[in-house]
Design a protein around this ligand. Structure first.
Ligand SMILES: Cc1cc2nc3c(=O)[nH]c(=O)nc-3n(C[C@H](O)[C@H](O)[C@H](O)COP(=O)(O)O)c2cc1C
Ligand SMILES: [Fe+2]
Ligand SMILES: [Fe+2]
Length: 396
């Protein structure tokens, strides 16, 4: 997968071993840690990879440059999935100069104990590799404070860090003229379609809170001509740049498409029946929806589809005069992501005194969601008479 252009080489790895990313997010298709070499009279390495991949990573580099030295290590992002081989690189290339910004420097020392031969760059600074120029632009809080991007001027290539990244390992070539989601049986039309769901799951789970700073970064980058985006996860975007840019813009503006994300949690199946009844009513009306059981599925899929659709319906029984915890956690997660611009409906079973629907409505109102109904709180067993999902579906 090495060659991206004459001067840009891919030296990243696919991780198919990690089950849960960042301690929370499952990886059904794995994830890639992308790292790149820019080769000219001087050589720059852009970011590194995860700690477990030392041997494969060094081998990837050697395959591209043999015994040549690397002059610069550009650190766009310090999260350990990209920085944790930094000390190994310094050991193997002792003269390498680390390029980072003022916020990167203490993190490099704190994580890896490295403090010497670090060049601090600020907005718009450049380094020259011969006939190749790398320019640095700060992108704070996309999604850490030290994040910056690197722009290879002559090739109009943006090394974007996690921005525009996706979950999912990459097969059949790294650029989007051929990249396929590893292990997927879907015959997607193009790489963007293949990775779109995993891009949204990555965005909503990890970057979700930072819509405003993503918007600021996109505005800043809009002045650059971009022919290629080399992110730290997923395919290198060339052909699909317009789709990827438009999608990131939409996600970071919290703009949902028409449809419903139904999420529910249920102990004895009554709230579950109500959720499924709502799905059936939407189906009848030809309304698009996704349905997620928070008790059996990782919540990352529910966030993924909450970012997709303009309406969220949450089902939760009452539990100790409160919201059943899996659904409470989901709502807390929406709030932590500063979720906006959604229509909302709640429903749930109780036995002696219902509280969950009222409390779900309160949480939704705090987020500025539009309540499309008062919600449906029903006693004990589900029945269409007690819990009229047809009427609710009509309001959607
Ligand atoms: C630990 C626990 C606490 C509960 N707390 C309440 C409560 O505070 N108020 C209430 O009306 N029902 C309470 N219930 C009853 C459930 O809300 C009721 O069984 C409901 O029908 C469960 O819906 P489900 O079938 O969707 O799980 C509680 C049940 C359990 C197991
Ligand atoms: Fe990150
Ligand atoms: Fe990352």
């Amino acid at each position: 997968m090495g060659n991206i252009s004459g001067k840009i080489r891919y030296v990243g790895v696919n991780d198919l071993e990690k089950v849960i990313f960042e301690g929370m997010w499952p990886l059904p298709f794995g994830v890639s840690y992308n790292s790149y070499l820019v080769i000219d009279e001087k050589i720059a390495l852009i970011d590194t990879a995860e700690a477990g991949f030392a041997a494969e990573y060094l081998e990837n580099i050697r395959k591209e440059i043999g015994d040549r030295k690397i002059d610069y290590l550009v650190v766009n992002h310090m999260e350990p999935d990209h920085s944790s081989l930094m000390a190994l690189i310094r050991e193997n290339y002792p003269d390498i100069r680390i390029i980072g910004n003022a916020k990167t420097v203490p993190m490099i020392k704190g994580y890896y104990g490295l403090a010497d031969n670090i060049q601090v760059v600020k907005e718009g600074d450049k380094i020259c590799l011969g006939s190749s120029t790398l320019a640095f632009y700060m992108a704070p809080m996309v999604h850490w404070p030290e994040t910056m991007v690197t722009y290879f001027e002559e090739e109009k290539t943006l090394f974007s860090g996690d921005a525009f990244g996706t979950f999912g390992g990459v097969a059949d070539g790294i650029t989007d003229s051929s990249a396929r989601l590893l292990g997927s049986t879907d015959s997607a039309a193009d790489s963007f379609s293949a990775f779109k769901d995993e891009m949204r799951r990555y965005y909503s789970n990890i970057v979700g809170k930072y819509g405003q700073t993503v918007q600021a970064a996109m505005k800043k980058l809009s002045g650059l001509e971009i022919a290629r985006i080399c992110s730290t996860h997923g395919p290198v975007w060339e052909k699909n740049i317009p789709e990827v840019m438009a999608y990131y813009d939409k996600l970071s503006r919290y703009e949902g498409e028409k449809g419903v994300c139904i999420v529910y949690a249920s102990m004895y199946g009554n709230t579950a029946k109500a959720a499924k009844a709502l799905a059936a009513e939407l189906e009848k009306r030809g309304v698009e929806y996704a349905i997620h059981n928070l008790c059996t599925e990782n919540v990352s899929y529910a966030y993924r589809d909450a970012f997709k659709y303009d309406t969220i319906a949450v089902g939760a029984p009452t539990y100790n005069n409160d919201i059943f915890p899996p659904a409470y956690n989901f709502m807390y997660g929406l709030s932590a992501r500063l979720m906006k611009n959604r229509r909302f409906a709640a429903f749930g079973s109780y036995t002696w005194a219902g509280a969950s629907v009222k409390l779900l409505n309160e949480m939704a109102s705090k987020l500025g969601f539009e309540l499309i109904s008062d919600g449906i709180s029903f006693p004990q067993a589900y029945s269409p008479e007690k819990c009229d999902m047809a009427a609710l579906a009509d309001r959607i």
